[in-house]
Design a protein around this ligand. Structure first.
Ligand code: NAP
Length: 456
């Protein structure tokens, strides 16, 4: 029979690369996802043409069950719960890579090189699956979101990781001698998975995005390594693409939140100190009528969206307000912080969904250069990403690069009440003389402002 897996794998790789390129731009991102899906379908299809494929009676129902669960879950998930979903899918990818490693290692009929590669993939996959489970439980609120710490935690983590790796090395050096050394595999898997759980415990909720992105990169690397072990180059390329994209995202997120990736691996990540300071000034409520008047006299308005816009599903009203302001000759731009919301690119996705033109979106650096000329910054459900406390040493978010909204001439903050941001701390911006608070659900508040603005 002619081997058609190689040509299909080439198509798979091309489709993955096209998908990734298209995901790089909000305008083409949807089709990028579709291309990646097609690539996945190709690679699964090619598997059936591999020599020696058996157990079809198990494979087909497994694919069917997985596809139905995945489809229903993806249709139902609310956008605010997307990080949990990413965490759990990450874990599944890592679990699949570890399972392949386990099977290859139990078979044991490979070269030392391949065994080494399979073991390395298994370590990374095991840490990633266990860590992703912890990330899911914390984000879903099924486990305490606060960092879980105890004395000698890092020493314990180190011992568990070192002993787990020791059993891996023991297996590697003795895999072709008889059985007892095979038993090294069980402690190897138990301990490396255990290390993954331990590593996730001290991570606080606010630091979770970086960690999920790191697990994403690790899962890609694990899949790539298992691809090497199986000599399956579609897996190698897919793994490398996920690993590289995940690594770039991890570094960008870590930079955006001023966190060190090295500290994550040491398991000492995300310990937030309790806040212990008083802020001078007071909160000054404003009515939607007054906000409309302020806007009508502005020349430049910056819109700063955050998690509250997503939660209120206010993006469509925000688009209406933008159109109205532009029709009145007012310059409008959106200031987008890379970790605003609850998932990478969250604001971009919502604004693209509402049809906000992409050229109105400014990234943090561009926006920060522009704020001093902004007459009014409309902060719509953003909190941590505009908190000047990040510039004050000793505060829990010290060092996190923020949007310098406080440099604009006037600030109007739309939020429902006294709710804090994800980091759970007070926001100095809200107490400044130039800041007014428009209380209420963001969608309702913007609707009222639009009504008032239309009367002027
Ligand atoms: P944030 O700090 O979480 O603050 C959201 C604000 O929105 C709150 O002050 C809340 O105040 C308000 N709000 C909630 N529902 C609202 C509604 N229906 N209408 C109006 N306002 C509403 O948001 P952010 O500034 O976007 O910062 C994101 C935070 O999440 C960062 O700390 C980031 O590190 C973290 N994070 C990011 C990601 C990511 O990948 N982007 C993932 C996980 C965590 P009220 O309750 O008073 O209304």
């Amino acid at each position: 029979m002619i081997d058609i897996t190689d040509p299909i794998y080439v198509l798979t790789i091309v489709a993955f690369v096209i998908g990734l390129i298209r995901m790089g731009n909000p305008a083409t991102a949807r089709s990028g996802i579709l291309w990646a899906g097609i690539a996945m379908a190709f690679s699964i299809g090619a598997t059936f043409f591999l020599p020696g494929i058996s157990n079809l009676i198990l494979i087909f129902p497994a694919i069917l069950i997985g596809a139905v669960i995945g489809y229903v879950a993806a249709r139902r998930v609310a956008i605010v719960n997307m990080p949990q979903m990413v965490a759990i899918y990450n874990g599944m990818g890592a679990g699949a890579a570890s399972t392949i490693a386990a099977i290859e290692l139990i078979r044991g009929n490979a070269s030392s090189f391949n065994i080494t590669i399979a073991l390395a993939g298994a370590i990374i996959g095991n840490v990633s699956i266990a860590g992703s489970v912890i990330a899911f439980l914390k984000l879903q609120g099924w486990m305490m979101q606060k960092p879980i710490t105890f004395t000698l935690q890092q020493v314990l983590n180190l011992i568990v990781a070192a002993v787990g790796i020791f059993f891996g090395v023991l297996f590697l050096t003795h895999f072709n001698t008889l059985l007892p050394y095979r038993d090294a595999l069980i402690p190897f898997f138990v301990l490396t998975i255990g290390y993954g759980f331990l590593m996730g415990l001290p991570i606080g909720g606010a630091d979770m995005p970086v960690l999920i992105s790191l697990y994403n990169a690790m899962t890609g690397i694990a899949v790539g390594l298992e691809g090497f072990a199986l000599s399956n180059y579609a897996m190698v390329v897919a793994g490398i693409l996920v690993g590289a994209a995940g690594t770039i995202l991890t570094l960008a997120m870590a930079k955006a939140m001023n966190r060190s990736v090295g500290a994550i691996l040491a398991g000492g990540f995300g310990r937030t100190r309790e806040e212990n300071r008083t802020i001078s000034g007071n909160l000054k409520p404003i009515s939607s009528e007054d906000v409309a008047v302020m806007l009508a006299y502005a020349s430049t308005v910056a819109i700063v969206p955050g998690f509250g816009m997503a939660s209120a599903q206010a993006q469509f009203k925000v688009r209406d307000l933008t159109d109205l302001l532009i029709s009145k000759g007012i310059r409008v731009f959106f200031a987008i912080h890379p970790v605003a919301g609850r998932m990478p690119g969250h604001m971009n996705v919502l604004l693209a969904e509402a049809g906000v033109p992409y050229d109105l979106l400014e990234d943090r650096d561009e926006a920060n250069r522009a704020f001093q000329d902004v007459d009014i910054s409309l902060v719509i459900g953003a909190n941590d990403v505009v908190n000047p406390a990040a510039r004050i040493q000793g505060t829990p978010i010290y060092g996190m690069p923020i949007l310098d909204v406080d440099k604009s001439k006037n600030v109007v903050v739309l939020k429902r009440g006294a709710g804090k941001g994800f980091a759970g701390i007070e926001n100095d911006l809200f107490y400044m003389d130039k800041t007014k608070m428009l209380y209420g659900d963001a969608q309702e508040s913007i609707s009222k402002v639009i009504q008032e603005l239309k009367k002027l």
